[in-house]
Design a protein. Structure first.
Lengths: 372, 94
């Protein structure tokens, strides 16, 4: 067991956006008891001791934490490369300057499409112009800028214009990540999954852009695993290189793993070192011993590590099965059927997208209806 | 789609968004990049420590030679070529 390289610090699940592809958990109400500033300081100190070198500050919207500057400074002082993953809503100039002074290394700003009407519709709130302004400010302050775009059925046909926008903004990197179906995205899967024709067209555009922009911009393209022959090497193996701390202090190998029926491990009860080495949630699928066939006897078991445990659980109800994305999986028809449905020519209209709520809804009879 | 090959007159420097640091927990030098960590052996860290955008590769090889005796020019260039391909190192004008 190596020590972890990266910590994904999910500071809050509150968010000004309501993107239907969000991977945050559906049960957001279970995460409202957020870690305090002091608790995050301790987690970051322990992470540094453990060997963590990168700290990704994410959420939800991390800028909603009033102590973000303090958290960044702590991670920076522990020698970590700090990376803010943000919608940019709330990134005012004074706040940005304070984050810069605190040692923030890198800013990743999400955008939902290349133009305001589509972007704002997907985000569920007027945000496009503020994002563009914030990207300009990030460059002005001398940060490297990554533009993050989650691709799906409703925006993947815009990929050429999205790449033009990234270039115009002077982004150093652009991440075009096909939707991964967890959390709200899982709930909206059938409305989000693109067709093969859409994907083929997008991949042609991406390849050409990579060639053309090679000297100026990193173009990262995350393939949609539903369409691949083999599963993704999820997280580089279960609890092999990364760990996630959720807003309430639960530690997970990845954010989606909260959905698995494994006992919780919390920084409020144990040290990060103990959790990384000993907790059931981080050791359950570490290595290859847990694997059933066809993974156990497969040459690729150290290449893709059996794929994604959360996807296996979601699709089959058993987290220890081969990821059904793999064409060798006995459950592959579960994925094949979803892909088939996404490619039906007769598909008259797409199912509606359910926006994720901005914050946890309190489910009591007396509560007013949620506002979206 | 071959990437740039580093030559003796190139002046390498770390890319702007990359940081070279020593990790106490691992007792190793590492290159930090937005999404990746490159763990370096001792000679890799020495080479990168000299990549200041002013020295040429030939000068870096010569400097390493004075420290360690024999240094293979082609190994240094291969190492830097790999990091240029990963956008961790940039080449200044010769």
């Amino acid at each position: 067991m190596d020590s972890p390289f990266g910590l994904l610090a999910e500071l809050t699940y509150r968010c000004p956006l309501a993107c239907p592809y969000c991977s945050n958990p559906l049960n957001m109400a279970d995460y409202t008891d957020e870690l305090t500033t002091d608790e995050w300081r301790r987690v970051l100190a322990e992470a540094g001791e453990l060997g963590v070198l990168q700290c990704h500050l994410s959420g939800g919207e991390p800028l909603l934490r009033r102590d973000l500057v303090d958290i960044v400074a702590t991670a920076h002082n522990r020698g970590m490369y700090t990376n803010l993953v943000t919608s940019a809503l709330g990134l005012t100039r004074p706040r940005a300057e304070r984050l810069r002074a605190a040692g923030l290394d890198h800013v990743q700003i999400s955008i939902q499409a290349d133009e305001p009407s589509v972007s704002d519709r997907i985000a569920g709130t007027p945000s496009f112009h503020r994002k563009i302004e914030a990207m300009g400010m990030v460059k002005e302050l001398g940060w490297p800028l990554t533009m993050n775009v989650v691709l799906h059925r409703r925006n993947i046909d815009h990929v050429a214009d999205i790449l033009d926008l990234a270039e115009a903004m002077g982004a150093d990197r652009v991440e075009l990540a096909n939707t991964q179906y967890y959390g709200w995205a899982w709930r909206n899967r059938d409305a989000l999954l693109p067709s093969r024709a859409q994907l083929d067209a997008a991949e042609t555009v991406v390849r050409a852009a990579r060639d053309r922009l090679r000297d100026r911009m990193d173009v990262i393209y995350v393939i949609p695993d539903y369409y691949s022959r083999y599963p993704k090497p999820c997280m580089g193996g279960w609890a092999a290189r990364q760990l996630t701390v959720t807003p309430n202090g639960d530690v997970l190998p990845c954010p989606a793993a909260q959905s698995l029926p494994l006992p919780r491990a919390s920084v409020r009860e144990h040290s990060l070192e103990w959790i990384w080495a000993r907790s059931p949630v981080l050791t359950a699928f570490r290595g290859t011993d847990w694997m059933p066939d066809p993974c156990r006897s497969c040459d690729r078991r150290e290449v893709d590590f059996g794929g994604c445990r959360c996807q296996a659980f979601q699709l089959t109800g058993d987290a220890a099965r081969t990821d059904p994305v793999c064409h060798l999986s006995p459950d592959h028809d579960l994925v094949a059927r979803a892909v088939e449905a996404a490619n039906e020519n007769s598909r008259a209209h797409d199912p509606p997208l359910i926006p994720r709520p901005h914050r946890a809804r309190i489910r009591t009879p007396a509560a007013p209806p949620p506002r979206i | 789609m071959d990437s740039t090959t580093v030559s003796g007159v190139d002046k390498p420097r770390l890319a702007r968004h990359v940081r070279l640091t020593f990790n106490r927990a691992r007792q190793q030098h590492v290159l930090l990049h937005p999404e990746t960590v490159v763990v370096l052996n001792g000679s890799g860290a020495d080479i990168l420590g000299l990549c200041d955008g002013r020295r040429t590769v030939a000068e870096i090889v010569a400097e390493l030679g004075t420290r360690y005796g024999e240094v293979h020019d082609d190994e240094v260039r291969r190492f830097l070529t790999r990091l240029v391909a990963r956008r961790c190192v940039e080449l200044g004008d010769g």
